[in-house]
Design a protein around this ligand. Structure first.
Ligand SMILES: [Fe+2]
Length: 238
């Protein structure tokens, strides 16, 4: 069990063996969902999966302590937690489905393990990608996702991944474009010691991948959370 209090500032334990969370405080009711292998199939390079972890990943939505209810409600933001195993679905590394929410940005905080976060944007045609960015981030790092960018997370590493996301509480995730294209603009494939990063041929055009650095985050980010400064950052559009 890993105590997340120091890194996140909330009394939560991460069971890295069973890929589960234990909430060790008076938390408000939250929504836990699991993404099954079958649900993820349309987002994969090969929808006819032979093997992979099932469920693929778990999400806890709307995580906050009852004692912080006012602060959370006033912010208009929602904190979610996502747990992903290491491993592959056939030759693709474990990943999230991916979605757009063009009206609002999002911030990711990595709490355990390492993540590849792939962001992509388009002008009018979702099959013609204008910009594709990849950020590698580890525990204690933050990734800001601008409002125009769809995003998905890939675990190409050999340990579990746990991250928190902070987004507008009324966000509506649009999974359709990713689903129609069988995933994001790039696939991350296992090739022995190599990670092959290949363009998804279902798109009409995909630019070369730009790498963007992650940002350092303060320990106990949630405890030190300042509604005003975070909201300003979330409202930036670039
Ligand atoms: Fe999102």
């Amino acid at each position: 069990m890993i105590n997340l209090d120091k890194i996140l500032g909330l009394p939560i334990l991460f069971d890295e063996k069973n890929l589960d969370l234990k909430f060790d405080g008076d938390f408000a009711p939250m929504r836990k969902t699991e993404r099954s292998l079958g649900e993820l199939a349309p987002f994969l390079k090969n929808p006819n999966i032979k093997e992979g972890p099932d469920p693929v990943y778990r999400v806890w939505r709307g995580v906050y302590l009852k004692s912080e209810e006012e602060k959370v409600k006033n912010s208009g933001l929602r904190l979610d937690l996502v747990v992903m195993p290491p491993g592959k679905i056939d030759d693709e590394f474990v990943k999230t489905a991916g979605h757009y929410h063009l009206s609002c940005p999002e911030t990711y905080f990595i709490l355990y393990g390492r993540a590849y976060i792939l962001m992509q944007s388009y002008n009018e045609n979702p099959k013609a990608i204008k910009s594709a960015r990849l950020t590698e981030a580890g525990a204690g790092e933050r990734v800001f996702i601008p409002r125009d960018f769809g995003h998905n997370t890939i675990n190409v590493f050999d340990e579990p991944l746990l991250f928190a996301t902070l987004v507008d509480e009324n966000v509506v995730d649009d999974y359709e474009s990713y689903k129609n294209m069988h995933g994001a603009s790039y696939y991350f494939l296992d090739n022995g010691n190599l990670v092959d990063i290949v363009k998804n041929p279902n798109y009409d055009s995909v630019p070369e991948l730009k790498k963007i650095r992650a940002e350092k985050e303060n320990a106990g980010v949630w405890r030190n959370w300042n509604t005003r400064t975070l909201q300003e950052r979330m409202d930036e559009s670039h």
